[in-house]
Design a protein around this ligand. Structure first.
Ligand code: COA
Length: 314
């Protein structure tokens, strides 16, 4: 196995390939579901028809000409890399960001890895007594993210491919309105794009988590809920009304002193979540909602958004 040659053929830095080799070693991979079962599985994972069609078209059949030896190696080792960290709850890139314009095998390689891990992670869920309904609602974030990626014309995927390894390792659960990420002493809260963030829905989701974690992970002790987000930037208070859901969500948290986050640009995050584009000029972005106007006006007057971390007791 010549790692330099593999990296060259994949169009990625050799260090990225070395990392996959190092973390996956010869650990076990996992097989893809049977192709005949895939459409049903994609539907359960809320994958929209246009994305499902692409995924089926690129399916890694043993004789598919789309799948070069390097791509097959990466799919196998990336699956092994994520599987090796089953039960882990830190962010984990499953492998290098691949060029996306080379067809569905390249574009969806990490989706195939995710599909291969569905059986592994649902078995892990069952060992922890987690209901099927929670497993599938959690894993169906795949479909939601693929749809976002399509809206973003691929600009979203590098973040999303790492994000989805949380789901595939049993590190994160969708309980009602929020996603809850296991941690050392804090449950990390994430807010999917799934309708308004009403205080009632948030309260119900927190209550679910208060029951879920002691029941299914009794060896873990959580003392706090935490969140890191552009949504917690108090500068938003200057623009949003008191009764807005975002402001009411912010009020739950005690903020940590501001520290510049490493490798994360809050202006980019705000654009990602409010406009689902990172490259459209500010002048061409829509101004339909209070928040859209706030994000753009703040940036145009030279301001910057901040990614803030906060917490409150369980
Ligand atoms: C978090 C979220 C659900 C809040 O939406 P919400 O419950 O409508 O929030 P608010 O009540 O505070 O909205 C206040 C105003 O901002 C607008 N707004 C809120 N979120 C918006 C978004 N993502 N895009 C555009 N406008 C948005 C609302 O329409 C409202 O404007 P209006 O009064 O002119 O209609 C929503 O922003 C969202 O889906 N975000 C994407 C996911 C995300 O950001 N997750 C966090 C990742 S770190």
């Amino acid at each position: 196995m010549d790692l330099e040659d593999t990296a060259f053929r994949l169009g990625v830095p050799v260090e990225d390939v070395e990392r996959v080799q190092r973390l996956a070693g010869d650990r076990p991979s996992a097989p893809l579901p049977a192709k005949a079962d895939a459409p049903g599985m994609l539907e359960r994972l809320a994958v929209r028809p246009d994305d499902a069609a692409e995924i089926m078209a690129g399916w890694p059949d043993p004789d598919s000409p789309l799948w070069t030896p390097e791509l097959r190696w990466l799919l196998d080792r990336s699956t092994a890399l994520v599987r090796a960290d089953l039960a882990g709850f830190d962010w984990l890139p499953p492998g290098p960001v691949l060029p996306r314009d080379r067809g569905p095998a390249w574009r969806h390689l990490y989706v195939y890895a995710y599909l291969a891990l569905v059986d592994v992670v649902t078995a892990y869920h069952r060992e922890h007594g987690i209901a099927d309904a929670v497993s599938w609602v959690t894993l169906a974030d795949l479909g939601r993210n693929l749809a976002v990626d399509r809206r973003m014309r691929g600009e979203g995927w590098p973040v999303m491919q790492s994000w989805l390894t949380l789901h595939a390792r049993g590190g994160l659960y969708e309980l009602g309105r929020l996603q809850h990420q296991r941690g050392d002493t804090a449950i990390g809260l994430h807010i999917p794009e799934s309708g308004p963030l009403t205080p009632e829905a948030v309260a119900a989701s927190l209550d679910e988590a208060r029951a879920f974690f002691p029941r299914h992970f009794p060896e873990e002790r959580y003392t706090e809920f935490s969140c890191g987000s552009w949504l917690l930037d108090p500068q938003l208070l200057e623009y949003l009304p008191e009764e807005s859901n975002i402001v009411r969500f912010q009020r739950r948290f005690e903020l940590e002193p501001y520290e510049e986050p490493e490798g994360l640009d809050a202006d980019e995050e705000a654009l990602r979540f409010v406009f689902r584009t990172l490259t459209t000029p500010l002048d061409q972005l829509p101004r339909n909602t209070t928040l859209q106007r706030a994000i753009v006006d703040h940036l145009k007057t030279g301001g910057h958004w901040r990614w803030r971390k906060g917490r409150f007791p369980v």
